[in-house]
Each structure stands twice: as C-alpha cells, then as structure tokens.
Design a protein around this ligand. Structure first.
Ligand code: HEM
Length: 471
C-alpha cells in the first residue's frame, strides 16, 4: 500500500497489500531475523528490497560504500524519519537517537562536553575503577563461596554498566551491585519496552493492536515504571542545593549540562525533554557495552582464548593493549551491539553499492545490517565467520590496522558516529582485562546461543557460567 512497483530491484516476491510481511514475521518470532537478512543477501546479492504495510519500501544494502554514502557523503538526504520516530516514541521520545536536525545537533553538542580527555582521566576513570573492582569482588566472592552455582554474567554486566553510567551521567549510585538477588525493576521494564518498540517495525497496526492486548497494557505499565525512576532522578537533581561555586568544566555530569542548557530565547529544557534525553543515554550507556562484554566472554570461551594482558589500564595506556582492542572489535564485527539500522531517504538518490548503483526513491527506507556485513567474505575474507582478533592487527608489528569505519560499522560513522565510542572502549577493556586474566569461566548449558528481540543485541537467556579464580 502506498509503494510503487520496483521491478528493477531484486528481492523476495511479496503479496498484494501485505508485501513481504508474512515472510518476515516468522523469522522475527523465532528470533532469527538477522539470519534471514543474511540469507537474502546470499540469495539476491549486495542489495535487495522488501515492502511492508506501514513502513513502505526498504532497500537493504550490504556494502561499505553504500553505508559511507548514506552516513556521510549524502548525510543530509537521510534522516531517522517519521516511521522510526513514531515506532520508538513511547520509549525514546525526542531523545538523541530518535530525532534529526536542530534537536539532534543541540543534544550532541551539549553531551559532547562530558566526553573530554580531562573527564576521562578524572571522574570517568574513578567510576570505572571503583565499579570494576566491585564486579571483581563479586566474582571472587562467588568463586569462593559458590564455585558450583552458575552466575549470569550478562545480568552482572547490565548492572555494572547501568550503575557506572548513572554515577557518571547523573552522579547517582543506584546500588545495583550491592545485592544481585534484588530485582532491578527499572531494567526489567526497560528491556520489555525495548522489545515492544523493536516489534513495532513488523507490526503495521501496532497502535490499534496494543490498545486491546495484554502486551499493550504491560507496555504502558512498564513505561510508567521507567518514567517514575527517570522523573525521580530529575527531581532529586533539581532539588539538590546549588553549588556555592559553580563546578569547573569537566566536572559537571551529563544532567548538569542539560539542566543548564538554554536555547536562543533563554528557555530551559522541560522535564519531559530531560526524561527523553536521559533514557536515550541510558540505552546508549547501559545496553551496548553490556552486550559487547557478554559476547566477548562468550566468544573467548568458545574459542578457548583469553584476553589476559597486564593490568591496570589507564586512559593514556589503553591503546597499547592492542590484542585486547582487537578482541573487542572482533566481537563487535560478529556481534554488533546495534545489529540492524535504518534511515529514510528525503529525495531520490543514487547509492553506490560495489560495482552497481541503486536508485533510492524519496520516502524509501534504507537499511544496513552490521551483523550481516560482518559475515561477508568479500569484505572480511574467506574466514569471515571465524573469530580471529588477529585480523585487526598488522602481521609484522602487531599494531592495530587502519580499517575504515564504514567497513567496521559497529559504532556507526559520519556526523552521527557514536558519541560514546571511547567511553565504551575504556569501560569494556577495563572490565574485560582483569576479569579474563583473574578468573576462569566454565559455560553452563549449550554454547549455541541466540539473541533477544531488542533494539540492541542481548544474548538470549543470559550467559551462565561457573566461576573459578585463577591461581
Ligand atoms: C560497545 C558499545 C557501543 C556501541 C557498539 C555503540 C554503537 C552506537 C551506534 C551504532 C550508534 C548509532 C545509533 C543510531 O542509529 O542513531 C550510536 C550512537 C550513539 N552512541 Fe553509542 N555505542 C556504544 C556505547 C555508547 C556509550 C557507552 C555511550 C554513552 C556513554 C554512547 C553514546 C551514543 C550516543 C549519544 C549516540 C548518538 C549519536 C548521534 O546520533 O549523534 N554509545 N552508538
């Protein structure tokens, strides 16, 4: 409905009215949508097209030059767009992930002030150190008191990243590492809301459907839980006594920066705007890094490798740990924390795609699938499916290779490249190094694990391991 025929584009044949919906839905339900994307690239080549009611036409592209064109060369022509925005609105509102233009630019500019070298060496370093030590203590204690009882590392990483991010961004300790038995109501609600919002892309009539179903009712309830915690942090911050002397630049937290922001007319952000910003940053700061930590341990275990390298890691020395870096990027190649992504074309455009060009019409969506791109032999070589950190290193010098960000796309690229890239690298490596060099993990259950339906890429069912301290 509302899409014109495009016989020039390859892709699976759809049905009248429904387009390809019935081919996509079973894969979504079975948590196998990424495998379906990959299979279709295998069948149709570097690009193919699907249509879905409520979304229109989506052109899937699997080539670094296409991604570079969309994310940088013709950046102005591609935006998140109204489908993306409305599908994620209830959760992300008008936060940075869900907006374009002026609203995006402003949020990016304000937030960039917390990612300074000075902040990395002071506030951020202190929090990473203290929170990593807390996790190491938990593992040590568990190894000694419960060596035969499995522990879910993924759940632990989620607590670690959320607690660390909250300390840095809102100066608030959520005490998530104090008692692992205590459920984290906010996290459960946030996971449920993400799954529901992600599902909107394959449920054209979700707005009506959710009005009458238990999922819709639960979603509403979960959004209330999320809002309660978010607004309570905002109010707590607002009611804090003002500083006698204003904090120096580099010591303000993210919330301070957004609360102090004034637009051209001198207006401050209202509570709803602050809520949206905060939740987008929680999604960025909690889920993505917890995902890469989980998949790193999983892949290291599967390949019987250890990322053991001398600790401690500091802001200045971290890039010397090249093998650990390579492990992180190799994990992100196979298990990108944002495995699928899309944008909407504003005007007709010609997108390069390897040896071909693709005509994208105004109103089409374009999609790139980092998960599938990481598995392409023409991009990564015949061993693309193997976990091989050394592919990131120069064979002679073991220095990190310079690989284009459009090929290694896990952190996005171009003007909207991930703002927290360095933050995430530091946090993940500071955790991974002492963990893998200090402990041995034995997987419990099958190594053939899947992923949850989400906006990010959590492991389905968690990563359950027995823990032993290395001697
Ligand atoms: C391994 C960890 C991470 C990965 C793989 C990752 C990946 C990404 C990706 C793919 C995007 C683009 C999303 C989009 O389509 O809009 C993005 C954007 C962003 N990321 Fe990250 N991220 C990570 C960690 C973080 C952390 C820890 C933070 C904050 C502390 C952060 C902050 C942001 C922000 C603010 C944006 C929006 C940038 C913009 O739209 O201008 N990220 N990230």
């Amino acid at each position: 409905i509302g899409t014109r025929a495009r016989p020039d584009l390859p892709g699976p044949r759809g049905l009248p009215f429904l387009g390809n919906l019935l081919q996509v839905l079973p894969a979504v339900r079975a948590h196998r949508i990424l495998e379906l994307d990959l299979a279709w690239f295998g069948k149709y080549g570097k690009f193919f097209s699907l249509t879905m009611p409520g979304v229109g036409r989506t052109i899937f592209l699997c080539s670094p030059d296409s991604v570079e064109h969309i994310l940088k060369t013709n950046f102005e022509n591609y935006e998140k767009g109204c489908v993306f925005n409305s599908n994620l609105k209830a959760l992300l509102g008008d936060g940075i992930f869900n907006v374009d233009g002026h609203a995006w630019k402003t949020q990016r500019k304000v937030a960039s002030y917390i990612f300074t070298a000075r902040a990395f060496k002071t506030v951020i370093a202190q929090v990473f150190e203290s929170e990593t030590n807390r996790v190491i203590d938990i593992l040590r204690q568990h190894a000694h008191t419960n060596p035969d009882v499995p522990l879910d590392l993924q759940a632990l990483f989620y607590r670690f990243t959320l607690n660390s991010f909250s300390l840095i961004a809102f100066s608030k300790d959520l005490h998530l590492l104090d008692d692992l038995e205590k459920p984290v109501e906010f996290s459960e609600a946030f996971d449920y809301a993400q799954e529901t919002c992600g599902g909107h892309f394959t449920k054209p009539y979700w707005k009506y459907w959710e009005r009458f179903t238990s999922r819709g009712r639960k979603f509403e309830k979960m959004c209330k839980v999320i809002d309660e915690m978010t607004y309570s942090i905002i109010n707590e911050k607002k009611n804090q006594p003002k500083y006698d002397t204003p904090p120096k630049a580099g010591t303000k937290d993210l919330m301070d920066l957004f609360m102090e922001y004034r637009d051209e007319e001198g207006n401050a952000l209202n509570e709803k705007e602050l809520r949206d910003i905060m939740l987008n940053f929680i999604l960025a700061g909690r889920d993505t890094t917890a995902n890469v930590l989980t998949w790193s341990v999983h892949l290291l275990l599967l390949n019987k490798e250890t990322a053991s390298l001398p600790s401690p890691v500091t802001y200045d020395t971290i890039r010397q740990h090249t093998y650990a870096y390579a492990t992180l990027y190799e994990t992100l190649r196979l298990r990108p924390s944002v495995p699928r992504n899309r944008k909407l074309a504003l005007k007709d455009d010609i997108v390069p795609c390897g040896v071909q060009n693709v005509l994208v019409k105004a109103g089409d969506s374009v999609m790139w699938i980092p998960w599938a791109m990481g598995r392409q032999t023409d991009i990564w070589g015949d061993d693309a499916l193997e976990f091989k950190p050394t592919r990131w290193l120069e064979p002679e010098t073991s220095k990190l290779k310079a690989i284009s960000p459009y090929q290694s796309i896990a952190f996005h690229a171009g003007p909207r490249q991930c703002l927290g890239k360095v933050f995430a690298e530091q946090e993940a490596l500071r955790m991974l190094l002492p963990m893998t060099s200090g402990f041995e993990f034995e997987r419990v259950g099958s190594a053939d694990v899947g992923y949850e339906k989400s906006l990010t890429h959590p492991m389905r069912g968690g990563l359950w391991v027995k823990v032993k301290e290395r001697t």
